[in-house]
Write a protein that binds this ligand. Sequence first.
Ligand code: KIV
Length: 276
Amino acid sequence: MSATPERKARLSPGDIRAHKGIQPVVCLTAYTTPMAQLVDAHCDVTLVGDSLGMVLHGLPSTLGVTMEMMILHGKAVMRGATRSCVVVDMPFGSYEEGPGQAFRNAARLLAETGCQAVKLEGGRHMAETVGFLVARGIPVMGHVGLTPQSVNTLGGYKVQGRSHHEADRIAVDAAALADAGAFAVVLEKLPSALGARISAEIAVPTIGIGAGVDCDGQVLVVDDMLGLFSDFRPKFVKRYAELGEAAGAAIAAYAEEVRARAFPGPEHGFGEGKPE
Ligand code: KIV
């Protein structure tokens, strides 16, 4: 029996905001229709993360992800997700210039995909933009701590907020986004104590990825938790399956059977008068 609560209508960003202090927010990424169907059946938020650039398209970072890629995958996810709140990432370069640029691109994401909200990276310097979008009908999820679009200024994908000074700076960033109207804030790769502190300090749900158990919700890249990559094992990911190994074994078996002329068998073929 599934522990996932019964749900009829689609969850809105306001519903997610209302989880604070009541129920953990369950979130996974999805980039395709079939994965969105699986995620949607159990999660409150389906995130079309720009991680799709690395996970699906083999890019070295998220910096090469475009609006067109986010719209294509956003549409695919919306075809599969009917009940969860679907959030689409704003790609690098689509919002940082200022509120006007951010509005034009966020409006495209909402209008062309039908998603419920956008996510953007950055702290207090993005607060004005968040307020601008929210005031104009675009719900925003924030993202602080390790912000992968800033990999070049951060100097890699390291844990953030280890010093008191850095921890205070990230806490102020998260509060600025919440005050500006973000309905939730992703906390990525922070010491667990800092994840707990920010979750206690801000009024909207924190959604942690490598930020400890005290966040108001959790998110993972679905391909990571399904074990679809054999060589990527970050500490904060628990593997709930080893689908990469299973897929590799199935493909090897297929290749062997084709070479041995063992597949297709008579049962896979069409003959005179045989039903399909
Ligand atoms: O792009 C993404 O998948 C994300 C999550 C890891 C939070 O931003």
